[in-house]
Design a binder for this molecule. Structure first.
Ligand code: CA
Length: 753
């Protein structure tokens, strides 16, 4: 059996601060190839107090690992550290050599904030261990509100950050189980993207002390299983600056609700734990995972390895000279970050700070090691990678070049060392890329390597335009057919499968599904709690449907049907099953507010929508023809006619190239032969009328002795509590040649029986 030799290398350097087996000693190990001295500083108190003791570390020249073994008995007896052990590092290097006269808060030894090699050592800054398993608190908290403590530059470099700085916590092993991981094939998943805090912060059915926490989310496992989704994908849960969210609701600056700015890649965010003691977030996260596993659901987490929470330049006389020195930057700046060719500035393809140096083997180690920790120890089933094109970069400094063929890029290394789940199911993470970034050749929808599923941005864009931009943008029926059938043009050419296409209409980043069809443009400047939010995409392919509330709900139903009836893996965003709205805000990243948390007080329309979504998802799960393992084919490998899928024009004729390519056609039909998939239905029919008026559709052959029955019609006349038929109650429509008028902008789903 093939074994991956590289897998044995995961976490080979055993970095971090760890107890030995008997918990008699703590081994501190940190990487730096450029430091000339590193000390580990140990604290009894998480924040607001000075260190109890410090030790000089020793460098191993072969690995560039600095280490120190510390006796637990000594920490307890001599220094009174009887509770959790908090720690950080102080490092010196070529731009700031060690001087025995240095003391906290002084510039003794200082040469420069940055030297010609990109070193940014500063011993006044307590550095967070990149391998910290938990973090004591955020950088800025209500009791430590001065963010300039972490900064370099003339004004800030001598400020000592030790008392306020986030510290690593040495964790003892716990016994919390994460349950049994589902082994379901990814092709059979339905993904639900949601914020762990937003899921329950506003949910009165959850105990008040648990709302907005991992434990609160765990309480929603049965609801989510009942909705039918099979994988919950949490927005980032790795430690980020969020403790001060909402401290001043009147200010929109600095708040970080979404959390796409990671401070520590191993640490579950303490803010989302109801148990905030040392080890509490880890245990509570694992218990949440177990609750989801017990309900048969996978847990995915959104991971942000393209940049870090240390950020980019934020001040100075030229705006480019002040940087936070908080962790990676102060340990080994050129190893952990991609820099400009003169090593003075970050290279940036994210818009939110310097690129993480994803082509550096040591920086890659942290990616792989942390993913393995979340998979193995914390029980996670898959990952969604933010701005993942940065992980395909093959240039460390002075340029950016995405190259999927480079065996040494981070994307291929992840696949090699954490082999993804096999096509038919089993163990291994599901790997999902957001296949773009900013600038260079970073837009790579369809361009990722083997092993990677992608957020299919072309599915989103084409189908939004089809629904909302009639007469403005051309979307051919050929384009629609490609998207409905799993985008073989994007994923078939390199041997990938339909399920490598994650089909979505909206994500956290942009309008909610309801708002996509209720606003012509973003409205981000509202007063709290609906805003204000800066930024936000200007080109949303959105439309308010002329202000017609019935048409808006029709559009939501149609958009949901697009996702659930297409080949690929559908992803909905939390609350879209119940008409979630953020009143037109398309970039509410900063709104840790009641308006942005899911609203569980459903009105009649929201209740009806939830019923529709639940039945639609159940229909997908009941019909394997909708979840193809391979691209739909008309012939098999032996040349036998299969006719798994056939495309028709509304008049019942077979759609040909001329029909597909004409920009004047807006209606398309596909018929799936259920017998090809072991489906309980002999045939399924989907008709979409994207035109502005009703179109008559002549139904094709339903199969010998069969007739067509209506499962749903998303039309406005079918608004209400029973828009989607439960199995067995589908309405009789007729046989081959029956003419059915499909309302404007509506979708008809029929089943043959
Ligand atoms: Ca935090």
């Amino acid at each position: 059996m093939w074994a991956n030799p590289a897998a044995a290398a995961i976490d080979a350097l055993t970095l971090g601060g760890r107890y030995d087996g008997a918990q008699a000693n703590i081994n501190f190990r940190v990487y730096s190839s450029r430091a000339t001295r590193i000390e580990v500083w140990i604290y009894k108190t998480a924040s607001g107090a000075q260190e109890k003791v410090k030790y000089v570390m020793t460098k191993d020249a072969g690995t560039n690992v600095w280490s120190k073994t510390v006796s637990v008995a000594t920490l307890q007896a001599t220094y009174g550290i009887t509770g959790p052990v908090y720690y950080g590092y102080r490092a010196w290097g070529p731009n700031w050599p060690y001087n025995s006269g240095w003391a906290k808060g002084t510039g003794t030894g200082f040469l420069s904030d940055v030297d010609g090699s990109g070193n940014r050592f500063n011993p006044n800054k307590l550095l967070l261990d990149p391998y910290a398993r938990e973090v004591s608190q955020d950088m800025v908290t209500p009791s430590c509100a001065d963010g300039t403590l972490y900064a370099s530059g003339a004004t800030h470099r001598n400020k000592d950050s030790g008392a306020c700085a986030p510290k690593g916590i040495v964790l003892a092993a716990d016994t919390q189980s994460t349950g049994t991981k589902p082994t379901r094939a990814f092709k059979d998943d339905v993904v639900y993207e949601v914020h762990v805090r937003g899921l329950t912060k506003n949910d009165s059915s959850v105990a008040s002390a648990l709302r907005g926490t991992y434990a609160g989310a765990a309480a929603k496992a049965s609801y989510l299983a009942g909705l039918g989704i099979t994988a919950v994908e949490f927005l980032p849960v790795q430690e980020t600056q969020n403790d001060t969210n909402d401290v001043d609701p009147n200010s929109d600056s600095g708040d970080n609700y979404w959390g796409y700015s990671t401070l520590a890649f191993f640490a579950p965010d303490r803010r989302y734990a109801s148990d905030k003691t040392a080890g509490g977030p880890t245990r509570e996260f694992k218990a949440m995972v177990k609750a989801f596993h017990d309900a048969g659901l996978k847990v995915y987490i959104d991971v942000v390895y393209n940049h870090t929470g240390e950020g980019g330049a934020w001040g100075g006389t030229d705006g480019l000279t002040v940087y936070n020195v908080q962790s990676f930057r102060g340990l080994d700046n050129p190893t952990y970050y991609s820099l400009t060719s003169n090593f003075q500035y970050p290279w940036d393809n994210t818009g939110v700070g310097g690129n993480y140096n994803t082509h550096n083997p040591t920086a890659q180690n942290l990616i792989v090691d942390s993913l393995a920790y979340w998979r193995n120890t914390l029980g996670v089933d898959g990952f969604r990678f933010d701005l993942a094109s940065v992980l395909g970069n093959t240039c460390e400094h002075g340029c950016f070049n995405f190259d999927k063929m480079d065996s040494g890029n981070a994307l291929n290394r992840i696949v090699n060392e954490l082999p993804p789940r096999p096509a038919g199911g089993g163990s291994g993470p599901d790997l999902i890329a957001e296949p773009w970034a900013i600038g260079g050749n970073s837009y790579q929808v369809g361009g990722f390597p083997t092993g990677w599923a992608e957020w299919n941005g072309k599915f989103r864009d084409a189908l939004r335009k089809a629904q909302n931009k009639l007469g403005v943008d051309v979307v051919t029926t050929g384009e629609l057919a490609s998207r409905f059938a799993g985008s073989s043009d994007l994923y078939g050419d390199d041997g990938r499968k339909p399920w490598h296409s994650v089909n979505f209409m909206v994500a956290h980043d942009g309008f909610t599904l309801r708002d996509l069809y209720a606003y012509n443009s973003k409205v981000n400047n509202r007063a709290w709690p609906y805003g204000p939010s800066d930024g936000g995409e200007d080109n949303n392919n959105s439309w308010d449907q002329g202000g017609d509330a019935y048409a808006q709900r029709r559009a939501v139903r149609t958009g949901l049907a697009f996702m659930m009836l297409s080949g690929g893996v559908p992803m909905i965003t939390g609350g879209d099953e119940m008409l979630r709205s953020v009143n037109g805000n398309n970039n509410p990243y900063n709104l840790d507010s009641s308006a942005n948390w899911l609203n569980w007080a459903l009105d009649t329309n929201a209740t009806n929508q939830k019923t529709f979504a639940t039945r639609l998802i159940a229909f997908r799960k009941a019909h394997p023809a909708l979840r193809p393992a391979n691209f739909y084919s008309s012939v098999d490998n032996n040349g036998n006619v299969m006719e798994q899928l056939r495309w028709f024009k509304p008049d019942g004729g077979v759609a040909d190239a001329a029909y597909f390519n004409s920009s004047s056609n807006h209606a398309i039909v596909w018929r799936l032969d259920g017998s090809e998939f072991g489906d309980s239905a002999s045939a399924l029919y989907v008709g979409y009328n994207g035109w502005s008026g009703q179109v008559n559709f002549t139904l094709p052959w339903p199969g010998a002795g069969k007739s067509w029955y209506r499962v749903t019609d998303t039309a406005t006349w079918n608004d209400g509590a029973n828009t989607f038929a439960v199995p067995g109650s589908e309405a009789f429509i007729g046989g081959e040649g029956t003419v059915y008028g499909i309302e404007a902008r509506s979708l008809l789903l029929l089943i043959a029986k």
